[in-house]
Design a protein around this ligand. Structure first.
Ligand code: RB5
Length: 146
């Protein structure tokens, strides 16, 4: 599975931790930066990662900023993206099972290292349940056409 990962400065440390963990697990990781704690703008990174997922150049995307809020909103502006901001494992599971999210957002200043890695693992291994949830996901995506 090819995973694109990106962050702003507020998410840089956690992005590096997640990247190392995913590489160790054998995932193909594409890191779009940022590459330091120097201040940058999260929309630039959220958009680039989302475009890779929307165009199917990557299977899934993980984005991190200080809270996860700005970078998730930015990613969700790209057509075809369902980016779920998660701070707990249950939400991460549901974001796959019920919402078929194709991107995960985390707050580097919100969740600690171990919890973040549990959230990432739950989200990456979670399967979409389909059925009634497929109808709802399709309805969500139709909102893009309004
Ligand atoms: C940057 O200071 C901070 O605003 C950003 O990382 C993020 O939390 C925005 O939503």
């Amino acid at each position: 599975m090819k995973i694109v990962i990106a962050s702003d400065h507020g998410g840089f440390d956690l992005k590096e931790i997640i990247k190392d963990s995913l590489i160790k697990k054998g995932y193909n990781v594409v890191d779009l930066g940022t590459n330091s704690i120097e201040s940058v703008d999260y929309p630039d990174y959220g958009c680039k990662a989302a475009q890779m997922v929307a165009s199917k150049e990557a299977d899934k995307g993980i984005v991190v900023c200080g809270t996860g809020i700005g970078i998730s909103i930015s990613a969700n502006k790209v057509k075809g993206i369902r980016c779920a901001l998660c701070s707990d494992v249950y939400s991460a599971k549901m974001a796959r099972a019920h919402n078929d999210s194709n991107m995960l957002a985390l707050g580097g200043r919100v969740v600690g290292r171990d919890l973040a890695l549990e959230i990432v693992n739950a989200w990456l291994t979670g399967e979409f349940e389909g059925g009634r949830h497929e109808r709802r996901v399709n309805k969500m995506m139709k909102i893009e056409e309004l």
